[in-house]
Structures are given as C-alpha cells and as structure tokens.
Design a binder for this molecule. Structure first.
Ligand SMILES: NC(=O)c1ccc[n+]([C@@H]2O[C@H](COP(=O)([O-])OP(=O)(O)OC[C@H]3O[C@@H](n4cnc5c(N)ncnc54)[C@H](OP(=O)(O)O)[C@@H]3O)[C@@H](O)[C@H]2O)c1
Length: 394
C-alpha cells in the first residue's frame, strides 16, 4: 500500500472502542499524548470517566465518553452516528470478547455476542467512519484482530478452545486486508492489528459481562505489555504496514501469506480437480484419516509437549508447514510420520509455491521494501486460566 503521509489524521478526533481497559485504554493514553481529541466507548461508565479525567488533566485535549454495549443494536446505532461525524480522523475498532469454550457447550447467545461485538460492530463503525474520511481526504482505521486468526486448525490445547473467536478474528483480518486493497491509493489507511498474548484483563471473562471493579487488572496469563502493542500499531500506521503483528520478528511472513493465497487461487481453475474426479488418483480415505490422526495425536500428546517445551516451540503438521512462520513461538518443529522432520527458526525462508506466485510475491515484497524498517518486538507464549490450559492466546 503506498504511503500517504497526508492521510495520517494529524489532530482529528479519534474514536477508541473498548477504551475502559487493556489495549484500548493504552491506545487512548497514547493518542491523547499525541494531541488527539478522543471519544472513548465501552460499557463501564466509571472506568471511562476516570480515564477521561486522567487524560484531560494531563493533556490539552477534549475527551467524550460514550457508554454503550456494542452488542446492542440501539447502542451501536448511537456510536455509529458519532463515528460518522465530521471531526473523526481515526477509528480504533478495539472492543472484543472471547467466548472461549467448547463450541457445542458454549451458550449460543454468548457466541452470537462474540460475533456481534467482534464482527458486526467493527464493520458497522468502519462503514460509518470511512465515507467521511474519504471525503475529507484523510483518516485511519485500526481493526484489532489476533494472532489466533492465523492458528487455523491447530488443536485447542495449548491454544484456547476458540472456534467462534478464531473465526471472528479471521474475518477481521480478511475484511481489513481486502478493504485496504480496495482503498489502495485513497488517502485513508486501514490496518489490522494482530496482537499475540497481551497483558490485559481479557481472559478474566468470556465477555458477556465486564470484569468487575474500577481498577484495571491483568490476567494471570501475562503477555506483551499493552504499550508495546500500541507502539507497534502506530509505527505500522506510519510505514503503511497493513497487517501489524507486534511480536512477529520475521515481518516477511505476512508476505508469504499473500504468496500462498495467490498460489492457491492461481492453481485452482473451473475444472474439477483430478482427485475429486478419480478417487484412485488420491490418497485413500483410510490412509488420509490415519495420517491426520497420527498428526493430531502427536500435536496433542502431553508427552510431546513436555519433551519439546511448548513455551518455546511450535509443532505443526507437515501439511501446514507454509504457515508455520506465522505462529507465535521461537522455533517451529515440523511433524511428519515418525516424528520431527525439520526444525525451523522463524527467520527461515519459505519459497512461494509457484512461478506465478513468485511474481506476485516479488511485487508485494518490492512494495514493502520501499517502506521503513519494521517494528521488532518479542511475544511470549504460556499461561493458564481461560486462555488455555497451558498456552498463549488472545
Ligand atoms: N489480551 C490478549 O491476549 C489479546 C490478544 C490478541 C487480541 N486481543 C484483542 O484485543 C482487543 C482488546 O482486548 P484487551 O486484551 O485489551 O482486553 P480487555 O482489557 O478485556 O479489553 C476489552 C475491551 O472491550 C470492551 N468491550 C467488551 N465488550 C464490549 C461491548 N459489548 N461493548 C462495548 N465494549 C466492550 C471492554 O470494556 P467494557 O467491559 O467496559 O465494555 C474493554 O474495554 C480485543 O479485540 C481482543 O480480541 C487481545
């Protein structure tokens, strides 16, 4: 995405959803220090009032608070009207809930709420804000997703049990990347921020209710400090990086997603693939099942995790090898039949899948190499509680 320095909202009003704690509160503090007027949105009125008083006491800015449940249609209408106002230069779509738990056992109403807050509200607010930003010729939208958007089919242990949460964050990534491509050349920036495990109160609730109390808390799972997450996001906004993963050392891993996607699409045609036409040409269902089971049991075996130390190692099946650099962790071990087939550090390069993909990849890479150096920070895995029995989350 070309850089438009003029598109950065110099001192416009910034709307931050989920500003009553965690990443949203840290974003609000940083933007106030940079001179932005603010609109802070969340359900906990007292927390918002306290933060607003702190910010107006320290900086020469105006701060409005909007108490709203973004899962409620009427409240969302009110916030959307505010997002469409003329003074808005930045929207930080940060509010999010996890609804972690086994899909078949989790309250269906909670799962709907996860979709309403993480997907519907985020999209609605972007839709409200972007037309005005385009008309005024400047603006930025930051949508907060998660590295769990890239966890794909990895089993829920040590990661959280997260089908709907992962699905919503996958939506946020695809929506943001596709919107950024649509607005390529327009003076409005779109970023998807994908934190890994972050030190907030996120894992203290599934999200149906706020965490009680007027003082910010941090879950036991630890994670990256919120200030670092915000630093990464703001730096990435300056450089024009669309997908910002604060703890990802190998920034080109993001380019490889584009290459893999291009490879998949360009090698798929309107003709039925041979393995579906002629079952004999593909692996037998029994062999396929046995290979999947083999991989799955290796991935979930406590012994394997203990032996390899899941806090520093990520195990991936050989079939998912291309995606491995995206997974948080310091080292990736690739599982095949009979055990570990390869060990790869995140900086290891993975070739694009085809010559056509290679051309696309080079285009993407050339574009990126024109931008300034990437933010480098180190994420952490590990933890307890809602996040997972033993692993990282968010
Ligand atoms: N912490 C992590 O490990 C992690 C990792 C990756 C991504 N993320 C993402 O980061 C974002 C911020 O989370 P956080 O880690 O900062 O957790 P947090 O401290 O729990 O913050 C979540 C914020 O969202 C607000 N919120 C929740 N439901 C809401 C609703 N229905 N209406 C309005 N506001 C609502 C909460 O405020 P009220 O309760 O006052 O409404 C709170 O301000 C989320 O989108 C999350 O998915 C977190």
């Amino acid at each position: 995405m070309p850089i438009h320095p003029e598109s950065l909202p110099a001192r416009g009003t910034a709307i931050v959803t989920g500003a009553s704690s965690g990443i949203g509160a840290a974003y609000a503090r940083r933007l106030a220090a940079d001179g932005h007027d603010l609109v802070l949105v969340a359900r906990r009125a007292e927390r918002l009032r306290t933060l607003a008083a702190e910010l107006t006491g320290q900086h020469d800015v105006r701060v409005e608070t909007v108490v709203a449940d973004l899962g409620d249609a009427g409240d969302l209408d009110r916030v959307a009207r505010r997002a469409a106002a003329d003074d808005v230069g930045m929207l930080v779509n940060n509010a999010g809930i996890n609804g972690y738990g086994p899909f078949a056992e989790t309250d269906a109403a909670l799962l709907e709420k996860v979709m309403a807050v993480n997907v519907v509200a985020l999209t609605r607010l972007a839709r409200a804000a972007v037309p005005g930003m385009l008309a005024r010729g400047r603006g930025a939208v930051v949508n907060v997703a998660s590295t769990l958007a890239f966890a794909g089919s990895l089993p829920p242990d040590p990661l959280p049990v997260r089908a709907v949460y992962g699905g919503t964050k996958g939506y946020v990534v695809t929506f943001s990347r596709t919107l950024a491509a649509e607005l390529d050349g327009a003076p409005v920036r779109v970023q998807v921020l994908c934190p890994g495990l972050t030190a907030t109160e996120f894992h203290l609730t599934q999200g149906q209710d706020s965490v009680a109390g007027d003082v910010a808390r941090v879950h036991d799972d630890g994670g990256m400090p919120v200030e670092d997450v915000v630093t990464a996001s703001l730096r990435a906004l300056e450089t024009g990086e669309v997908v910002c993963v604060p703890g990802l050392v190998d920034g080109e891993a993001v380019d490889r997603i584009a290459a893999a996607e291009f490879g998949l699409r360009s090698s798929s045609s309107s003709t039925l693939a041979p393995r579906y036409q002629n079952p004999a040409s593909s692996e037998s269902p029994a062999a396929l099942d046995s290979r999947r089971e083999d991989t799955q049991s290796r991935l979930s075996s406590q012994e394997t995790r203990d032996q390899l130390g899941v806090r520093s190692v990520v195990l991936v099946p050989r079939l998912d090898e291309r995606h491995c650099p995206l997974v948080m962790g310091t080292e990736v071990r690739i599982l095949g039949h009979g055990g570990i087939k390869a060990t790869r550090r995140r900086s290891g390069s993975v070739r694009p899948p085809s010559a056509r993909a290679s051309a696309s990849w080079k285009r993407v890479r050339n574009r990126r190499s024109r931008s300034a150096p990437r933010v480098v920070a180190r994420g952490r895995r590990g933890g307890r509680g809602l996040a997972s029995r033993t692993g990282g989350a968010g």
